[in-house]
Design a protein around this ligand. Sequence first.
Ligand SMILES: [Zn+2]
Length: 403
Amino acid sequence: MPRSPLHAATVPLGIAAATAGLVFAACKGEGPFAALLPHPTQLEITIQPNGARIGSPLGVQPIVEVHDALGRVVKDRVPVAVALASGDGHLLGTVVANAVDGVARFTDLRLMGGYGAKTLTFTAPGLPSVTADSVDLSPAVRSSIDRPDDIPGSQVHVVYVLPRGSKDRELDTRVDIANSVAAFQRWLARATRMQIRFDLYQGDLDVSFFELSRPDSEMRLFGSFVVSEIERELAGAGVIQPDKRYLIYYDGSAAALVCGGAAWPPTIGGQVAAIYLRNCPAELASRPNDSPGYWEFAALHDLLHTLGIVSSAAPHHTANSWGHVPEPEDLMYGGGTSPWEPTTVDVNGDDYFAPNLPDGLSNLATNVFMEPVSATIVAASAPVGGHPLISSILPAHPPFPKP
Ligand SMILES: [Zn+2]
């Protein structure tokens, strides 16, 4: 944990300030009467911090007053410092505000770190600290563009796509999509000790927003090929970058029994996977630390297709269902009649996830869109008792048609 300015400054300033107060009083010629003047004894937060979003200053900047024992504002010039007291991340901006006429106004504080509750604490020399109400750090404001990348190179960018005129559930700016992605990343970390290289902005998942030019009633007619149509429109709008893959949370439907779709290079070209949230009944894992459910497995399954997985030359590649393997417990199951119950990434490690695979087979273990995770993350990703299994008769999507 980084050493907070709060802890660094408290002790020496406490002593210095007691002295400074006397000097100040003496300079103004108030020496004999100093004891009768209002004396600062406490801090009071008169405006609580609020409105924390990634990449932006707090929407409501805090104001702290210096009071005496009777609750009166004390007009001394007192430096009030703020620090992050709980929650991960960092507090940026001007963290010391000098009280003017007893009022310390912070102007440019902003929070970074994981989504969720953070608490700020205010201190002043010689006074007890006060703690603000907790603030929830939320995703950045809606962005129609892919924000600056934290990491260079191959990565997967996530987009919330809405058909024109459809109800906007704001899954991008609420944390639903970020939590859904985090749920399958934890599962993947436990299963493989690796995770997807997702596009991050200031440490958190960068989710952008795109509204299609056509309404759901027109889009759904593409059936299984809704994903291709979404990709075509994203490409036309200049959204698609060559070294990225795209995972689309599509808030629309499709006139077919499909819950998603994906490119499958080299046979089916493209860079996009999509899940069709209005076409299947499941709920997103939308809260922090939710277990992965149907949509999370479907999203991960379809995303792996965009990495060319499972190769058609893999030993257990299913002849009747391209891009899949036959075991219902495998993430990449497809084409069979059993319920899909994913618990494993590549049964026996011989088709698409292994230290070594024959040349020409797409290998998740060496894919540039993957990276190893630390043992700490793996341990943190394995809640006691595991997670509830999903068992679904819904395939992630129907078998790819043979070209
Ligand atoms: Zn599939």
